[in-house]
Design a protein around this ligand. Structure first.
Ligand SMILES: Cc1cc2nc3c(=O)[nH]c(=O)nc-3n(C[C@H](O)[C@H](O)[C@H](O)COP(=O)(O)OP(=O)(O)OC[C@H]3O[C@@H](n4cnc5c(N)ncnc54)[C@H](O)[C@@H]3O)c2cc1C
Length: 485
């Protein structure tokens, strides 16, 4: 099967999946009033793949069938491959203005990266490496959309997961049969779950090597979202069905987040990538740097998003006549510098790409680590700048009904800007508010702070694992120089 159209993608979501939203089971995510607009946004991304304009950039020939398949499944062998993948990522990120973290290319690249290192999973039992390779090919040929969930419920972080009130709060194996593993418990945080075909759950948290009771939590796997016993509990939807003038982002880009609950679910053996081998799982955590590949998608998304935010901020500054103030110029320049710094990190990681253990070529790790640890704070700063410049205007945002209602004349007079009429000025400020202040906007900031892990612990790991030899040598050579007058 070649790449899917948007309609084929939507059809795939009508499969009896168990999605819970605001106290009710969702019959059909493609028609539900609080989910359907996002489903159709994603469908429009699938349509890009088959559009004459983008088809070539977004696809490559399947090594199995010769049919066009999504480029995010391609194992990059050369720098050109990386640059071609970047172009495909740019089409999607620009289409969605960087508002979607979890376009399908994100997890596709994770899966591809894991497949590049399949031998690690097959170190002791070859079947796990074979499963991974087969699954990568399956997802590629079916053009699947995947959600992924690494973590376990935030019940009590002070104790090991085996010591939680119920040993199956975190997802664990209850039993094994000739068909597969039966699992119970929950996984989080499955962004995009209602709109995905499958859940991909590699092991991504260290387990205690010497604790027999941790073995049951050592399961890496993938499963269709509609597998019996698997349910997803969504957070409240931010798409309340309002007009896109009033909520231009909430109404189109709410990618949704969910807890995946497994109620004695069978994972067939051919969908298992690791099981009960804590030593191997912890080794794989160190040796399979999926992030070195998927950070390219993150960078491309960040650039698209920052260009969009820069446009909004600059538009607001012009709109209310504040671009002549020195501090406003300085703050807008700060956004530009953050944007260009992301671009520099990306280009540096691509330029220094090299083969490593496993298949293909891998972007350099240092620029990605630096970007990953810095960007969450930088994004918060960008949002702070936008708020500082838009100020009270973020509250002077009557609705579309007001604009067209009995107060239209007053609104026309008092809400006009230096360079825009009232309707356009309010539209711009409503867009800004949806980015920074609505539930959708707050979630965007939380996403940038946490989706890639907790920066506090990432920085601690940086401190512990950085190669200090050059720094030490630098200090030593200074200290060795003669002193005195
Ligand atoms: C919008 C959004 C979307 C996301 N999407 C996904 C997704 O699609 N798939 C996915 O798998 N994950 C996703 N995540 C989850 C993300 O990876 C986690 O939020 C992140 O790794 C932090 O884990 P946590 O939220 O469980 O926080 P916790 O680990 O519970 O941490 C809470 C606080 O306690 C501190 N803390 C906890 N334990 C320690 C410790 N041992 N040492 C020091 N400090 C500690 C942390 O620093 C933090 O301040 C998403 C998160 C967000 C916010």
């Amino acid at each position: 099967m070649a790449v899917r159209t948007g309609e084929q993608f939507l059809e795939g979501l009508r499969d009896g999946r168990e999605i819970w939203l605001e106290g009710e089971r969702v019959e059909d995510v493609t028609t539900h009033p609080k989910l359907s607009r996002m489903a159709h946004t994603l469908a429009s991304i699938y349509d890009l793949q088959v559009s004459p304009e983008h088809h070539e950039v977004m696809t490559f020939k399947s090594p199995s069938t010769g049919e066009p398949v999504a480029r995010s499944f391609k194992i990059p062998e050369t720098q050109d491959d990386l640059l071609e993948r970047r172009k495909a990522l740019e089409v999607v990120a620009n289409w969605s203005f960087g508002m979607l973290g979890r376009t399908p290319d994100y997890v596709n690249i994770q899966l591809t990266a894991m497949r590049q290192m399949a031998h690690v999973y097959g170190r002791k039992e070859k079947r796990f490496a074979d499963n991974l390779i087969r699954y990568h090919e399956y997802a590629r040929e079916k053009d699947l959309c995947l959600t992924h969930a690494f973590g376990h419920p935030q019940v009590n972080r002070a104790v090991p997961i085996s010591d939680l009130p119920d040993p199956y709060v975190a997802l664990g194996a209850v039993d094994t049969t000739s068909e597969g593993i039966i699992v119970r418990g929950a996984k989080l945080l499955a962004t995009l779950a209602p709109f995905s075909d499958e859940i991909f759950a590699p092991i991504y948290r260290p387990l205690r090597p010497d604790a027999e009771e941790d073995k049951k939590y050592c399961i890496g796997f993938a499963l269709p979202v509609n597998t019996p016993g698997l349910k997803f509990i969504c957070r409240q939807s931010y798409d309340r069905g309002d007009s896109l003038y009033d909520y231009p982002l909430s109404g189109q880009y709410d990618e949704m987040d969910a807890m995946a609950v497994f109620d004695d679910v069978l994972i067939p053996w051919d969908r298992v990538f690791a099981f009960e081998d804590v030593e191997l799982a912890n080794y794989a955590l160190q040796q399979v740097p999926m992030w070195r590949q998927y950070m390219q998608q993150v960078a491309v998304k960040n650039i698209a998003k920052l260009e969009f935010i820069l446009g909004i901020t600059h538009g607001i500054a012009e709109g209310i006549g504040i671009t002549g103030f020195g501090h406003v110029q300085e703050k807008i320049a700060e956004i530009i510098d953050i944007l260009e710094t992301v671009r520099a990190y990306m280009r540096s990681a691509e330029a220094d790409a090299a083969p490593c253990e496993g298949e293909g070529i891998w972007p350099a790790q240092e620029p990605w680590i630096a970007m990953r640890n810095w960007y969450p704070d930088a994004y918060v700063r960008v949002i702070w700048i936008l708020e500082q410049l838009a100020a009270g205007g973020l509250m002077l945002t009557p609705s579309e009904e007001d604009i067209n209602g009995p107060m239209a004349e007053d609104i026309g007079k008092y809400y006009q800007g230096a360079t825009a009429n009232a309707a356009d000025r309010v539209k711009l400020f409503r867009l800004a508010w949806d980015l920074v202040g609505t539930q959708f906007g707050s979630r965007q900031t939380l996403y940038e702070r946490f989706f890639n892990g907790d920066v506090v612990r990432l920085r601690q790991r940086r401190f512990e694992t950085y190669d200090y030899s050059r720094a030490k040598e630098s200090l030593r050579s200074f200290m060795d120089r003669p002193t005195g007058k």
